[in-house]
Design a protein around this ligand. Structure first.
Ligand SMILES: O=P(O)(O)OC[C@H]1O[C@H](O)[C@H](O)[C@@H](O)[C@@H]1O
Length: 279
């Protein structure tokens, strides 16, 4: 049986879950933001900046920011959308035969008036985190209960604690087309992606990639999304970020299943995406 209790992370109300095998996760209601995922061996897999605000005043730097209804500035609204700065509701929890899950929901009544005014559409988001064996699964859905279609983009902006960026590589993107941070379209020609400076690529999705770090190998899978965004700010951009210590960029990489271009969510339609991380 999963053990679930309310807790606090910084000043944020959060939910902590422990699965039968000892795997653990902590999710803040602010953003339905996964802040920690420890596999049964006790190893933390996610990175959270030591300088991030944890009081709801700003999006959290680290963990898994939930992006909706736009990716970055690809839309007319708030950068990366309002989902990551809204208070979600815990709408499901439990565990059966080794599984442990938490489910969170967000609807127009939950969001701040300024966001509702800027984005006056009806929506129902759900995000379910499931711990199973050595894997974490995130099942994300966006439903349009209204009568009008509207454009949406989504992502799960996962920050991995890689320990050492210089000992990290990503396998599985060879021959994939990508857009770099100069807006150039290119194709990856090397089998492994390795970088130690600024890196911001939107890569055509593959069903899975492998993240190799100095002391771990993770398999990342996605369904229902269209890109992998691979991001690290590098030294100069990191130095300009107030919510990241100057040398913390050397410890993480973001690999994000995303739909970066806004596309219509038709009246009555539901989009679903899955992201599974296997240790
Ligand atoms: O600083 P944030 O709004 O959290 O965005 C952080 C990063 O998100 C994505 O990975 C984008 O590709 C980057 O261009 C952006 O800098």
């Amino acid at each position: 049986m999963a053990v679930i209790h309310m807790t606090e992370y910084g000043a944020l109300p959060a939910v902590h879950i422990t699965a039968d095998d000892g795997a653990q996760a902590t999710v803040s209601l602010f953003g339905a933001h996964l802040l920690s995922w420890k596999t049964a061996d006790g190893k933390e897999r996610l990175f959270v900046s030591a300088q991030t605000p944890l009081d709801g005043s700003k999006a959290i730097r680290g963990g898994v920011p939930v992006i909706f209804p736009q990716f970055n500035v690809r839309g007319p609204g708030l950068r990366h959308g309002f989902a990551r700065v809204s208070n979600w509701r815990l709408t499901g929890q439990g565990g059966e035969s080794g599984d442990a899950f938490l489910e969170f929901s967000l609807a127009p009544d939950d969001i701040a008036a300024e966001h509702a005014q800027a984005w006056p559409h009806d929506f129902a988001l759900t995000l379910r985190f499931t711990l199973r064996d050595n894997a974490l699964e995130m099942a994300y859905s966006a439903h349009n209960p209204g009568k009008q279609a509207y454009p949406f983009g989504v992502a799960l902006h996962t920050y991995y604690d890689v320990g050492r960026l210089d000992a990290t590589s990503i396998d599985g993107l060879r021959n994939q087309q990508f857009l770099d941070h100069h807006n150039q379209t290119r194709v990856q020609d090397t089998p492994l992606l390795h970088f130690t400076e600024k890196h911001d690529r939107m890569v055509e999705a593959t069903p899975s990639v492998t993240l190799n770090t100095a002391d771990a190998t993770l398999r990342l899978e996605q369904q229902g999304f269209q890109q992998w965004v691979v991001w690290n700010p590098g030294k100069e951009d990191a130095a300009a970020m107030v919510d990241l210590a100057d040398d913390e960029y050397l410890r993480f990489v973001c690999i994000e299943p995303a739909r970066i271009y806004q596309q219509p969510l038709e009246a009555g339609a539901t989009w679903t995406g899955k992201h599974r991380i296997i240790a």
